[in-house]
Design a protein around this ligand. Structure first.
Ligand SMILES: C[S@@+](CC[C@H](N)C(=O)[O-])C[C@H]1O[C@@H](n2cnc3c(N)ncnc32)[C@H](O)[C@@H]1O
Length: 213
């Protein structure tokens, strides 16, 4: 197994890089289903980077406890710092998610914002199968991702944008993955069902709400 990408150097810059490239669009994707998460109590947040979504989730839901997993110590430090006085509701695990064993099941929420694209389809499938056994029957899984939609926009805009992102992350972090995984197929095969979907930017981005079916 190859090493996970190293985002330690980017931790302080990440939000500015994001804002310079996509403005507020990624943040809007992350927030799409926040108001549907009020009943969740035990969340597993994977690869949240500098923790902006984790902080929002803690603020929106005063009862939730979060296990946050990331391969980058600097990102996890930023995440815990951003949680502020709510940090006592966060357990941070520095680990490669492909090897990590769920620590406090059953979870009633899984969150992966712009994270599955760091994995191959086979890795997403293995992860989803492991998580299917570690979530409650009514668990939610919130996904934000990049897509290459069918049609002219997909060919002429989305595909080059996604290819550019992979090239940039490969050079900056050593990321080995070269193309988007087929996460909808992987999650479906593992026993999750898509309940809602909100595309943005012509389908280049989408927020999805999955449940354990
Ligand atoms: C693109 S960044 C941040 C994504 C953030 N969720 C967002 O919405 O912008 C992806 C994060 O996933 C982490 N990551 C990448 N591959 C990983 C792996 N195999 N195991 C654990 N964390 C990983 C990186 O360290 C980074 O913090």
């Amino acid at each position: 197994m190859n090493a996970p990408p190293d985002l330690n150097r980017l931790a302080g810059l990440y939000r500015w890089m994001e804002f310079a490239t996509f403005g507020p669009w990624l943040a809007w994707c992350r927030a799409e289903y926040l108001c549907a998460l009020g009943d969740c109590r035990r969340a597993l947040v994977l690869g949240d980077g500098d923790g902006r979504f984790t902080a929002r989730l803690l603020g929106a839901n005063p009862h939730i406890e979060i296990d946050a997993v990331d391969a980058s110590t600097a990102m996890l430090r930023a995440l815990v710092g951003r949680a502020g006085t709510d940090a006592d509701r966060v357990r941070a695990y520095c680990a490669d998610i492909r090897l990590w064993k769920p620590a406090n099941p059953p979870y009633d929420l899984v969150v992966t914002h712009f994270f599955l694209d760091f994995l191959t389809t086979d890795e997403v499938l293995a992860l989803a199968r492991r998580l299917r056994a570690a979530v409650s029957p009514s668990a939610l899984w919130v996904v934000s991702e990049f897509f290459v939609p069918e049609g002219r926009f997909g060919r002429t805009v989305a595909r080059p944008v996604v290819a550019g992102l992979y090239l940039g992350f490969r050079q900056l972090t050593g990321l080995q993955v070269r193309s988007l995984p087929d996460h909808p197929r992987a999650l479906s095969e593992a026993g999750f069902a898509l309940r809602a979907r909100r595309p943005r930017l012509g389908g280049l981005l989408a927020s999805e709400l999955w449940t354990a079916s």
